[in-house]
Design a protein around this ligand. Structure first.
Ligand SMILES: Cc1cc2nc3c(=O)[nH]c(=O)nc-3n(C[C@H](O)[C@H](O)[C@H](O)COP(=O)(O)OP(=O)(O)OC[C@H]3O[C@@H](n4cnc5c(N)ncnc54)[C@H](O)[C@@H]3O)c2cc1C
Length: 396
């Protein structure tokens, strides 16, 4: 039997866990279903609690080259475009939290993790390995793959995303609930959009029943545009289904012209339905545990899903280094991580209500609502506990 730890899934969470283990001198095998490694054409925001981990894993030079540090975030009203400051980022984030808030093309962040792993362990990642189940004995776990092959390891980490087969195999079927929200995503060449929306800030447009987020990625060459709208007629939970610009425009009918200018300037948009899963009471069973979206998928309204997966990966590596390749290591990891991740799941649901509030319908009511909801002390209470967390040093 190989003594390497096995990780199922080479997404941002699985790769961070792999690198964290490698940096602790522990061998890993990562099994990924895809025939080639690439990420979706979309953006991802990594707040200081995530970049802190990436720096600790030795990725500072790569992320500074690939990411965009925005000056801040702002709230804009869906109808008039009225703008309020949400918070300052840039130098302020570094001063306050010790690490920057950065925006990435997902492929760039994924490639940075992958490059570091391949540099240290060129043979650690195995492609075309779709896990269909796991079985445990006293001292090891066997992974079954769709091809009929198997692999054994002393510990298995299910980092196989929201539809996790490892979770299904260990904990049974989950109960996803449709949120009534449809998401749109598209990348937009920044030089094609009006000057007024080219600024290096992150923007959240808020309105009754929907919101729109955009921010620069890939050195500022592209804008990542995401729109979420409450509607009941599309329930496909897939990241690879194309929609049309007409339908995207239609969902945001009567919203500000800047939004329509971005939709017009982008490529073909993708759409998917957002599902929510109730928090899991446990992530670990013996020598198998879960990580990232496999155990705590969340609505995107706090922009923390990938960041939580990054934190998980760091804590997992530290726990295995401290407690060995034992069930105790996985139990410690879960104890350290579960409440925090579940708190983030709940905070994301709260933010969905805030971003889509009916009080935003009319400009006069919206002014009072935004001023009340995004007061500095309330914003601090909502985000400070996230940004200050240090996965590299939290007691384990
Ligand atoms: C609209 C939107 C915007 C978002 N924006 C942000 C943001 O700004 N910031 C943020 O932190 N988070 C964001 N998120 C959340 C973030 O995308 C996810 O939380 C994150 O990608 C989860 O990473 P993961 O590694 O756990 O799972 P995944 O990225 O889903 O990776 C899972 C991997 O496992 C592989 N796999 C799946 N099944 C198997 C199998 N059976 N066998 C082998 N391999 C398998 C997959 O191919 C994949 O490579 C957003 C999400 C959405 C929907």
């Amino acid at each position: 039997m190989k003594q390497n730890i096995a990780i199922v899934g080479a997404g941002i969470g699985g790769l961070t866990a792999a690198l964290s283990l490698i940096r602790q001198g522990i061998g890993v095998d990562v099994y990924e279903q895809a025939p080639e490694l690439k990420e979706l054409g979309a953006g991802v925001q990594i707040s200081s609690n995530g970049t802190r981990v990436l720096y600790a894993l030795g990725l500072g030079e790569a992320i500074e080259r690939l990411g965009v540090i925005v000056a801040g975030k702002e709230i804009r009203l869906w109808s008039t475009g009225q703008t309020w400051k949400l918070f300052d980022l840039g130098a302020e984030s570094v001063e306050r939290y010790g690490s920057p808030y950065m925006m990435f093309h997902r492929g760039d962040l994924h490639a940075a993790l992958l490059g570091a792993i391949r540099h240290e362990r060129p043979d650690a990642i195995h492609l075309n390995r779709k896990c269909i189940g796991v079985t445990q004995a006293d001292d090891c776990v066997t992974i079954q793959f769709e091809s009929g092959e198997t692999a054994t390891a002393p510990l298995v980490i299910g980092a196989d995303g929201v539809q996790s087969r490892v979770r299904f195999s260990v904990f049974g079927a989950d109960r996803p609930e449709f949120t009534g929200i449809v998401c749109w995503r598209v990348l937009v060449p920044r030089e094609r959009v009006p000057e007024s929306i080219r600024m290096k800030v992150g923007t959240n447009w808020v309105g009754p029943g929907g919101h729109v987020v955009h921010y620069p990625v890939r050195g500022g060459a592209l804008l990542n545009l995401v729109g979420l709208m409450e509607r009941d007629d599309w329930r496909v939970e897939s990241w690879t289904v194309q929609g049309s610009k007409d339908e995207f425009h239609g969902d945001f009918r009567n919203w500000h012209p800047d939004i329509h200018a971005m939709i017009d300037s982008g490529d073909i948009p993708y759409k998917w339905a957002l599902f929510a899963r109730p928090p899991m009471p446990a992530w670990t069973n013996g020598r198998v545990t879960l990580l990232g979206d496999a155990c705590h998928s969340m609505l995107p309204m706090m922009a923390q899903g990938a960041v939580m997966a990054i934190e998980d990966g760091m804590v997992l590596g530290r726990c295995v280094a401290k407690y060995g390749a034992t069930p105790e290591a996985l139990q410690r990891y879960e104890t350290v991580r579960r409440d925090r991740a579940n708190r983030c799941v709940a905070a994301s649901i709260d933010n969905a209500k805030r971003f889509h509030n009916p009080d935003l319908a009319h400009a006069a009511g919206a002014e009072a609502y935004v001023t009340r909801e995004w007061q500095e002390d309330k914003v601090t209470a909502r985000y400070e506990w996230l940004f200050t967390y240090d996965a590299t040093a939290v007691p384990i």
